[in-house]
Design a protein around this ligand. Structure first.
Ligand SMILES: Nc1ncnc2c1ncn2[C@@H]1O[C@H](COP(=O)(O)OP(=O)(O)O)[C@@H](O)[C@H]1O
Ligand SMILES: [Mg+2]
Length: 291
Protein backbone atom coordinates (compact mmCIF):
# COMPACT_ATOMS: atom_id res chain seq x y z
CA UNK A 1 0.00 0.00 0.00
CA UNK A 2 1.18 3.51 -0.81
CA UNK A 3 2.43 5.12 2.39
CA UNK A 4 -0.05 7.65 3.79
CA UNK A 5 1.36 11.18 3.97
CA UNK A 6 0.59 13.92 6.46
CA UNK A 7 0.85 17.22 4.55
CA UNK A 8 0.14 19.42 7.59
CA UNK A 9 3.78 20.34 8.22
CA UNK A 10 4.71 20.90 4.55
CA UNK A 11 5.90 24.46 3.81
CA UNK A 12 3.22 26.63 2.17
CA UNK A 13 4.20 28.03 -1.24
CA UNK A 14 3.23 31.70 -1.31
CA UNK A 15 2.21 33.55 -4.46
CA UNK A 16 0.29 30.62 -5.92
CA UNK A 17 -3.49 30.28 -5.85
CA UNK A 18 -6.00 28.08 -7.65
CA UNK A 19 -9.58 28.71 -8.66
CA UNK A 20 -12.35 26.14 -8.91
CA UNK A 21 -15.66 25.89 -7.10
CA UNK A 22 -15.21 22.55 -5.39
CA UNK A 23 -13.42 23.24 -2.16
CA UNK A 24 -10.34 24.97 -0.81
CA UNK A 25 -6.91 24.58 -2.35
CA UNK A 26 -3.43 25.50 -1.18
CA UNK A 27 0.03 25.07 -2.66
CA UNK A 28 2.66 23.23 -0.61
CA UNK A 29 6.20 22.00 -1.14
CA UNK A 30 6.60 18.24 -0.77
CA UNK A 31 9.47 15.98 -1.87
CA UNK A 32 11.08 18.78 -3.88
CA UNK A 33 7.98 19.65 -5.91
CA UNK A 34 4.95 21.92 -5.67
CA UNK A 35 1.60 20.33 -5.04
CA UNK A 36 -1.94 21.69 -5.00
CA UNK A 37 -3.78 20.25 -2.00
CA UNK A 38 -7.48 19.84 -2.77
CA UNK A 39 -9.72 19.81 0.30
CA UNK A 40 -13.18 18.26 0.35
CA UNK A 41 -15.84 20.97 -0.14
CA UNK A 42 -17.58 21.90 3.14
CA UNK A 43 -21.14 20.58 3.57
CA UNK A 44 -22.74 23.99 2.93
CA UNK A 45 -21.10 24.33 -0.49
CA UNK A 46 -21.95 20.93 -1.87
CA UNK A 47 -24.08 20.67 -4.97
CA UNK A 48 -27.14 18.93 -3.54
CA UNK A 49 -28.91 18.92 -0.19
CA UNK A 50 -27.66 16.13 2.11
CA UNK A 51 -24.84 15.90 -0.35
CA UNK A 52 -21.91 13.83 0.54
CA UNK A 53 -18.64 13.86 -1.30
CA UNK A 54 -15.76 11.56 -1.93
CA UNK A 55 -14.39 13.93 -4.56
CA UNK A 56 -10.84 13.75 -3.14
CA UNK A 57 -10.88 9.94 -3.44
CA UNK A 58 -12.30 10.25 -6.98
CA UNK A 59 -9.62 12.78 -7.87
CA UNK A 60 -6.85 10.39 -6.94
CA UNK A 61 -8.38 7.19 -8.31
CA UNK A 62 -9.52 8.73 -11.60
CA UNK A 63 -6.33 10.74 -12.26
CA UNK A 64 -4.39 7.52 -11.61
CA UNK A 65 -6.77 5.60 -13.91
CA UNK A 66 -6.05 8.09 -16.71
CA UNK A 67 -2.35 7.37 -16.21
CA UNK A 68 -3.00 3.61 -16.29
CA UNK A 69 -4.65 4.20 -19.67
CA UNK A 70 -1.40 5.76 -20.89
CA UNK A 71 -2.78 9.31 -20.94
CA UNK A 72 -0.86 12.31 -19.68
CA UNK A 73 -2.61 13.18 -16.43
CA UNK A 74 -1.57 14.95 -13.25
CA UNK A 75 0.27 12.93 -10.60
CA UNK A 76 -1.73 12.64 -7.37
CA UNK A 77 -1.22 11.40 -3.79
CA UNK A 78 -3.76 11.04 -1.04
CA UNK A 79 -2.81 12.30 2.38
CA UNK A 80 -4.13 14.02 5.45
CA UNK A 81 -4.12 17.63 6.58
CA UNK A 82 -4.98 18.80 10.07
CA UNK A 83 -6.69 22.17 10.36
CA UNK A 84 -8.84 21.65 13.41
CA UNK A 85 -10.19 18.29 12.26
CA UNK A 86 -8.01 15.94 10.21
CA UNK A 87 -9.17 15.66 6.59
CA UNK A 88 -8.17 13.40 3.74
CA UNK A 89 -6.92 15.62 0.92
CA UNK A 90 -5.77 14.94 -2.61
CA UNK A 91 -2.39 16.35 -3.55
CA UNK A 92 -2.06 17.16 -7.27
CA UNK A 93 1.46 17.84 -8.52
CA UNK A 94 1.48 21.35 -9.97
CA UNK A 95 2.25 21.05 -13.68
CA UNK A 96 2.87 24.80 -14.00
CA UNK A 97 5.84 24.77 -11.59
CA UNK A 98 8.21 25.19 -14.58
CA UNK A 99 6.77 28.64 -15.26
CA UNK A 100 4.36 27.66 -18.01
CA UNK A 101 0.85 29.06 -17.87
CA UNK A 102 -2.35 27.01 -18.01
CA UNK A 103 -4.95 28.39 -20.39
CA UNK A 104 -8.13 26.44 -19.95
CA UNK A 105 -10.16 25.60 -23.04
CA UNK A 106 -12.79 28.12 -21.99
CA UNK A 107 -10.33 30.98 -22.49
CA UNK A 108 -8.89 29.43 -25.66
CA UNK A 109 -12.41 29.08 -27.10
CA UNK A 110 -12.97 32.76 -26.35
CA UNK A 111 -10.18 33.62 -28.82
CA UNK A 112 -12.06 31.96 -31.67
CA UNK A 113 -14.14 34.85 -32.94
CA UNK A 114 -16.17 32.65 -35.31
CA UNK A 115 -17.35 30.45 -32.45
CA UNK A 116 -21.12 30.73 -32.02
CA UNK A 117 -21.12 30.58 -28.23
CA UNK A 118 -18.95 31.91 -25.43
CA UNK A 119 -15.98 30.12 -23.96
CA UNK A 120 -18.07 28.14 -21.53
CA UNK A 121 -20.44 26.67 -24.14
CA UNK A 122 -20.19 22.86 -24.33
CA UNK A 123 -22.30 22.10 -27.41
CA UNK A 124 -20.19 19.37 -29.02
CA UNK A 125 -20.20 20.76 -32.59
CA UNK A 126 -19.18 24.17 -31.27
CA UNK A 127 -16.37 22.71 -29.14
CA UNK A 128 -15.06 20.78 -32.15
CA UNK A 129 -15.22 23.91 -34.33
CA UNK A 130 -13.31 25.86 -31.67
CA UNK A 131 -10.66 23.12 -31.55
CA UNK A 132 -10.21 23.52 -35.31
CA UNK A 133 -10.30 27.32 -35.12
CA UNK A 134 -7.82 27.93 -32.27
CA UNK A 135 -4.22 28.65 -33.17
CA UNK A 136 -2.40 27.52 -30.01
CA UNK A 137 -1.74 23.88 -30.92
CA UNK A 138 -2.13 21.78 -34.07
CA UNK A 139 -5.88 21.03 -34.15
CA UNK A 140 -5.31 17.37 -35.03
CA UNK A 141 -3.33 16.89 -31.80
CA UNK A 142 -6.08 18.56 -29.77
CA UNK A 143 -8.83 16.54 -31.43
CA UNK A 144 -6.95 13.36 -30.53
CA UNK A 145 -6.47 14.55 -26.94
CA UNK A 146 -10.11 15.64 -26.67
CA UNK A 147 -11.47 12.27 -27.78
CA UNK A 148 -8.97 10.27 -25.69
CA UNK A 149 -10.18 12.26 -22.70
CA UNK A 150 -13.81 11.72 -23.71
CA UNK A 151 -13.30 7.94 -23.81
CA UNK A 152 -11.59 7.92 -20.40
CA UNK A 153 -14.26 10.23 -18.94
CA UNK A 154 -16.95 7.90 -20.27
CA UNK A 155 -15.20 4.94 -18.66
CA UNK A 156 -14.95 6.76 -15.33
CA UNK A 157 -18.39 8.41 -15.42
CA UNK A 158 -17.16 12.01 -15.35
CA UNK A 159 -20.01 14.53 -15.24
CA UNK A 160 -17.89 17.69 -15.01
CA UNK A 161 -15.44 17.95 -17.92
CA UNK A 162 -16.52 21.49 -18.77
CA UNK A 163 -14.26 23.80 -20.76
CA UNK A 164 -12.56 25.04 -17.58
CA UNK A 165 -11.47 21.52 -16.71
CA UNK A 166 -8.98 20.92 -19.52
CA UNK A 167 -6.60 23.10 -21.43
CA UNK A 168 -3.19 23.97 -22.75
CA UNK A 169 0.18 24.78 -21.20
CA UNK A 170 1.83 27.79 -22.78
CA UNK A 171 5.44 28.93 -22.43
CA UNK A 172 5.10 32.70 -21.92
CA UNK A 173 8.57 33.39 -23.38
CA UNK A 174 8.11 31.55 -26.67
CA UNK A 175 4.35 31.06 -27.01
CA UNK A 176 4.94 27.33 -27.51
CA UNK A 177 1.86 25.40 -26.39
CA UNK A 178 0.87 21.79 -25.76
CA UNK A 179 -2.08 20.04 -24.17
CA UNK A 180 -1.91 20.27 -20.37
CA UNK A 181 -1.94 17.05 -18.36
CA UNK A 182 -5.48 15.96 -17.54
CA UNK A 183 -6.65 17.54 -14.25
CA UNK A 184 -9.86 17.84 -12.18
CA UNK A 185 -11.10 14.28 -12.18
CA UNK A 186 -13.00 14.76 -8.90
CA UNK A 187 -16.37 14.22 -10.57
CA UNK A 188 -15.56 10.70 -11.80
CA UNK A 189 -16.57 7.47 -10.05
CA UNK A 190 -19.78 8.74 -8.42
CA UNK A 191 -18.26 11.06 -5.78
CA UNK A 192 -21.69 11.72 -4.25
CA UNK A 193 -22.43 8.08 -3.46
CA UNK A 194 -22.66 7.64 0.30
CA UNK A 195 -22.39 4.29 2.10
CA UNK A 196 -26.07 3.47 1.69
CA UNK A 197 -25.91 4.17 -2.06
CA UNK A 198 -22.78 2.05 -2.41
CA UNK A 199 -24.51 -0.88 -0.70
CA UNK A 200 -27.58 -0.50 -2.92
CA UNK A 201 -25.48 -0.37 -6.10
CA UNK A 202 -23.56 -3.48 -5.04
CA UNK A 203 -26.71 -5.40 -4.10
CA UNK A 204 -29.13 -4.43 -6.89
CA UNK A 205 -28.18 -4.79 -10.59
CA UNK A 206 -30.86 -2.25 -11.59
CA UNK A 207 -29.22 0.39 -9.37
CA UNK A 208 -25.86 -0.33 -10.99
CA UNK A 209 -27.34 -0.27 -14.51
CA UNK A 210 -29.01 3.10 -13.89
CA UNK A 211 -25.60 4.55 -13.01
CA UNK A 212 -24.14 3.29 -16.29
CA UNK A 213 -26.94 3.70 -18.83
CA UNK A 214 -28.92 6.66 -17.43
CA UNK A 215 -26.52 8.87 -15.47
CA UNK A 216 -24.05 10.46 -14.97
CA UNK A 217 -24.12 12.31 -18.30
CA UNK A 218 -21.30 14.14 -20.02
CA UNK A 219 -20.87 17.91 -19.74
CA UNK A 220 -20.89 18.01 -23.56
CA UNK A 221 -24.22 18.61 -25.22
CA UNK A 222 -25.97 17.84 -28.48
CA UNK A 223 -28.88 20.11 -29.31
CA UNK A 224 -28.65 21.58 -25.82
CA UNK A 225 -29.00 18.18 -24.09
CA UNK A 226 -26.23 16.55 -22.13
CA UNK A 227 -24.75 13.54 -23.91
CA UNK A 228 -25.72 10.15 -22.49
CA UNK A 229 -22.42 8.22 -22.60
CA UNK A 230 -23.92 4.81 -23.40
CA UNK A 231 -26.20 6.08 -26.20
CA UNK A 232 -23.50 8.21 -27.75
CA UNK A 233 -20.85 5.46 -27.69
CA UNK A 234 -23.35 3.10 -29.32
CA UNK A 235 -24.36 5.50 -32.09
CA UNK A 236 -21.61 8.01 -32.92
CA UNK A 237 -19.78 7.54 -36.20
CA UNK A 238 -17.20 10.27 -35.53
CA UNK A 239 -13.91 8.95 -36.97
CA UNK A 240 -11.85 10.74 -34.31
CA UNK A 241 -13.85 9.01 -31.57
CA UNK A 242 -13.32 5.67 -33.34
CA UNK A 243 -9.57 6.34 -33.47
CA UNK A 244 -9.51 7.22 -29.77
CA UNK A 245 -11.40 4.03 -28.91
CA UNK A 246 -8.89 2.02 -30.95
CA UNK A 247 -6.07 3.59 -28.91
CA UNK A 248 -7.62 3.48 -25.44
CA UNK A 249 -9.89 0.45 -25.21
CA UNK A 250 -7.07 -2.13 -25.56
CA UNK A 251 -5.46 -0.48 -22.52
CA UNK A 252 -8.52 -0.77 -20.26
CA UNK A 253 -7.47 -3.18 -17.55
CA UNK A 254 -9.96 -3.74 -14.70
CA UNK A 255 -7.40 -5.88 -12.83
CA UNK A 256 -4.87 -3.02 -12.88
CA UNK A 257 -7.56 -0.67 -11.58
CA UNK A 258 -8.41 -3.17 -8.84
CA UNK A 259 -4.72 -3.21 -7.82
CA UNK A 260 -4.71 0.59 -7.69
CA UNK A 261 -7.76 0.53 -5.42
CA UNK A 262 -6.14 -2.13 -3.22
CA UNK A 263 -3.00 0.01 -2.86
CA UNK A 264 -4.85 3.23 -2.05
CA UNK A 265 -4.83 4.16 1.64
CA UNK A 266 -7.82 5.54 3.59
CA UNK A 267 -10.50 3.52 1.74
CA UNK A 268 -13.00 1.36 3.59
CA UNK A 269 -13.65 -2.22 2.46
CA UNK A 270 -17.03 -1.07 1.14
CA UNK A 271 -15.42 1.70 -0.93
CA UNK A 272 -12.83 -0.72 -2.33
CA UNK A 273 -15.52 -3.15 -3.44
CA UNK A 274 -17.66 -0.35 -4.85
CA UNK A 275 -14.94 1.32 -6.95
CA UNK A 276 -13.64 -2.00 -8.28
CA UNK A 277 -17.13 -3.21 -9.19
CA UNK A 278 -18.23 0.07 -10.75
CA UNK A 279 -15.11 0.38 -12.93
CA UNK A 280 -15.35 -3.23 -14.12
CA UNK A 281 -19.06 -2.82 -14.91
CA UNK A 282 -18.52 0.35 -16.98
CA UNK A 283 -15.56 -1.27 -18.78
CA UNK A 284 -17.69 -4.25 -19.68
CA UNK A 285 -21.02 -2.58 -20.53
CA UNK A 286 -19.70 0.51 -22.34
CA UNK A 287 -16.57 -0.90 -23.96
CA UNK A 288 -16.97 -4.68 -24.02
CA UNK A 289 -13.86 -5.17 -21.89
CA UNK A 290 -14.13 -8.03 -19.42
CA UNK A 291 -10.71 -9.18 -18.43
N1 LIG B 1 -2.22 19.65 -11.18
C1 LIG B 1 -2.41 20.97 -11.39
N2 LIG B 1 -1.37 21.80 -11.62
C2 LIG B 1 -1.56 23.12 -11.84
N3 LIG B 1 -2.76 23.72 -11.81
C3 LIG B 1 -3.84 22.96 -11.56
C4 LIG B 1 -3.73 21.55 -11.35
N4 LIG B 1 -4.97 21.05 -11.16
C5 LIG B 1 -5.82 22.10 -11.23
N5 LIG B 1 -5.15 23.25 -11.47
C6 LIG B 1 -5.73 24.60 -11.57
O1 LIG B 1 -6.52 24.83 -10.41
C7 LIG B 1 -7.89 25.02 -10.76
C8 LIG B 1 -8.79 24.34 -9.76
O2 LIG B 1 -8.54 22.94 -9.75
P1 LIG B 1 -9.71 21.91 -10.04
O3 LIG B 1 -9.14 20.56 -9.82
O4 LIG B 1 -10.29 22.19 -11.39
O5 LIG B 1 -10.72 22.27 -8.87
P2 LIG B 1 -12.32 22.24 -8.79
O6 LIG B 1 -12.69 20.81 -8.59
O7 LIG B 1 -12.64 23.10 -7.62
O8 LIG B 1 -12.84 22.78 -10.09
C9 LIG B 1 -8.03 24.47 -12.17
O9 LIG B 1 -9.07 25.09 -12.88
C10 LIG B 1 -6.66 24.78 -12.76
O10 LIG B 1 -6.61 26.13 -13.16
MG1 LIG C 1 -12.28 22.43 -11.96
Amino acid sequence: MTAPVDFTACPRVTGRAYNGANGKKICVAFEGARWMLKFPPPAGERPTALSYTNSCLSEHLASSAFRLLGLDAQETRLGTFRNGREKVVCACRDFTADGRILYDFCSVKNTVLESETGGAGTELSDVLDAIDGQDFVDPAAIRARFWDMFVADALLGNFDRHNGNWGFLVDPATGAAEPAPVFDCGSCLLPQADEATMRRVLADPAELDARIYVFPASMLKIGGRKINYADFLASSDDPDLAAARARIVPRIDPAAFARLVAETPYLTDLQREFYTTYFAARASRLFGVSR
